[in-house]
Structure formats: C-alpha cells, structure tokens
Design a protein around this ligand. Structure first.
Ligand SMILES: NC(=O)c1ccc[n+]([C@@H]2O[C@H](COP(=O)([O-])OP(=O)(O)OC[C@H]3O[C@@H](n4cnc5c(N)ncnc54)[C@H](O)[C@@H]3O)[C@@H](O)[C@H]2O)c1
Length: 269
C-alpha cells in the first residue's frame, strides 16, 4: 500500500535551504520523493545540502536566490519550470532576526527584516501562484508553505520587527489562501509556526544572550528557552520539516489558510 504522506512526482522549491530548518525541509522532502531546489544566498552551504541529499539517493539542485530580489525570484521559478516541467511546492523559509529593543532598532534594520521575512513571501508567493494556477506554465496547482513563528502569534521582547514580519506572514497566508481557493486555482497556502528550534539562528541567539550578560552561559540561555515550553527539549529542524512535508503532500488536500504551531507546547499556556 502507498504511504499516506509522500511527495513523489512533486517539484519543491525551498528558500533559505542551506542551513537550519530549510535544509531539513529540503532533505525531508527529497527523502519522501520530491525533486528539491535548494535556494539560498549561501552557495557553499547550499551545495553541501544538495550533495548530502544526492548521496542518499535523492534528487536536488542548488540555485542562488536572494529572496529580497523580485527579478531573482522570477528567474528562479522560470528556470525550475523549464528544467523540471513544473513547480508543485514552495516553502518560503528564508528569514533573519535582529534582536534589538524598539529604541535600539533603526529604520534600516526594520526594513531589512521586513524585506527578508515578509516582502520575500509576497514576491515568492506571487511568482509561484502565477505558474501553479490553471493555465500557468506549471498549471497543476500546488502547496505554498510559509514559515512564520510563534512570534507571529505572541509578542517577544527585543523582537518587535521580527514579530511584525511573522504576524504579517500569518495573515498574508490566510488572505492568499482565500483568494486561491475561491478562484479555483488548486493551490493551498498554509503557515507553520516553529517555537525554539535548534538551528544556527537559534544558537546565535543563545550566544548573543551570553555576550550581552543576560545569562552566564549558552547552557543557561538554552534552559531559559526550554522553561518557556511544556516539553523538556528544544525542537529539532526535522520536527518542523515533518509538518512541512505533511502540508506539501496530498494528505493535506483539504487544508488551506491554516496555521500550525510546532513549539513543544510554548503557546499552549
Ligand atoms: N530557529 C528557530 O527557533 C525559529 C523559530 C521560529 C521561526 N523560525 C523561522 O524559520 C525560518 C528558518 O529559520 P532557521 O532558524 O533555520 O534560520 P537560519 O539562520 O539557521 O537559516 C536561515 C537560512 O536562510 C538563508 N537566508 C538568509 N537571508 C537570505 C536571503 N536574503 N535570501 C535567501 N536566503 C537567505 C541563510 O543563508 C540560511 O541558510 C525563518 O523564517 C525563521 O524566522 C525559526
């Protein structure tokens, strides 16, 4: 019997896939049958992700993509459709965080965080919907999965710009899901909201807390984050990738405009 959750015969583009959650999404989607495009600004790390996937018997390729650049989005999506004959899954994962209080945050930093975390999701989704919808160059519908955060649901000290973008991603997702659903495009759009997840971004945050003297060690910082949760461990990138795989698969065919927390119970309290 065929497994319920798989992405065989699907072409998936994952942004920010050179590291952390994006890299885990790329590996998981490839392991479950998709041809995966690892897109990132970090070419050496992205190529290493591709090599690991190919070594495991998966299908993957690296493409250089700065998600803040609309021309690059268009070129990437066009190239994928030319090479693979279509695009079925877009994971808008690339993101950054600048941890500053409101008074420390410059307008330039605010705009940078919005460019990488939110403008990118707008541009990527627009390019994908254009090709995925009936009559588009791919034309067979699809699944768009946007990485928001628990910071898109609740606020966080020192992260006003980040939370602004992630809250934006949450409602952008629902609005596009409604448009695509009502238009009969066969495109589902959902958001995933990770909690504390052990990636380079998270480890940088632990290190910054130690450096600023908020905690004495990164171990203490890790415990600080763990104490926010119900489950007694920090999430792994693969925990988020499992949700992304489900949403990318046809097992989620009746799910759109929805938000999925993967946070060890952080937002349950
Ligand atoms: N790690 C967490 O605890 C956590 C929690 C909630 C949400 N998230 C979200 O999950 C996503 C992935 O986070 P992560 O922790 O894996 O981050 P990470 O910093 O570990 O990796 C992010 C990747 O995005 C790439 N990237 C950055 N700017 C880019 C750009 N302009 N164009 C293309 N690629 C770019 C980086 O090169 C890197 O490979 C982000 O959207 C983040 O906000 C993470």
């Amino acid at each position: 019997m065929e497994p319920l959750i798989h992405v065989r015969n699907k072409v998936a583009l994952v942004s920010g896939a050179a590291k952390g959650i994006g890299a885990a999404c790329a590996a998981t989607l490839a392991r479950h049958g998709a041809s995966v495009i690892v897109a990132d600004i970090d070419e050496p790390a992205g190529c290493a992700v591709v090599d690991a996937i190919v070594k495991e018997g998966g299908v993957a390729a690296f493409m250089s993509l700065d998600v803040t650049d609309e021309t690059q989005w268009q070129a990437t999506v066009d190239t994928i459709v030319d090479r693979y004959g279509g695009l079925d899954v877009l994971v808008n994962n690339a993101g950054i965080a600048i941890v500053h209080t409101l008074l420390e945050t410059s307008l330039e930093e605010w705009r940078r965080v919005h460019a990488v975390n939110l403008d990118s999701v707008f541009m990527g989704s627009k390019c994908a919907v254009k090709v995925m919808r009936p009559g588009g160059r791919s034309g067979r519908g699809g699944s768009i999965i946007n990485l928001s955060s628990v910071g898109g649901i609740i606020g966080a000290e020192g992260l006003a710009s980040y939370c602004s973008t992630k809250g934006g991603v949450r409602l952008f997702t629902k609005s596009v899901a409604i448009e695509c659903g009502r238009a009969g495009y066969g495109i589902r759009v959902n958001s995933v909201h990770p909690g504390n997840t052990d990636t380079p971004m998270f480890r940088q945050e632990l290190e910054d807390m130690r450096r600023k003297g908020v905690v004495a060690s990164t171990e203490e910082a890790r415990k600080f984050y763990m104490d926010m949760q119900v489950l007694p461990e920090i999430g792994q990138p693969e925990d988020i990738a499992a949700m992304v795989l489900f949403l990318a698969s046809d097992a989620a065919r009746f799910i759109t405009g929805a938000e999925f927390v993967v946070d060890g119970g952080l937002t349950a309290q």
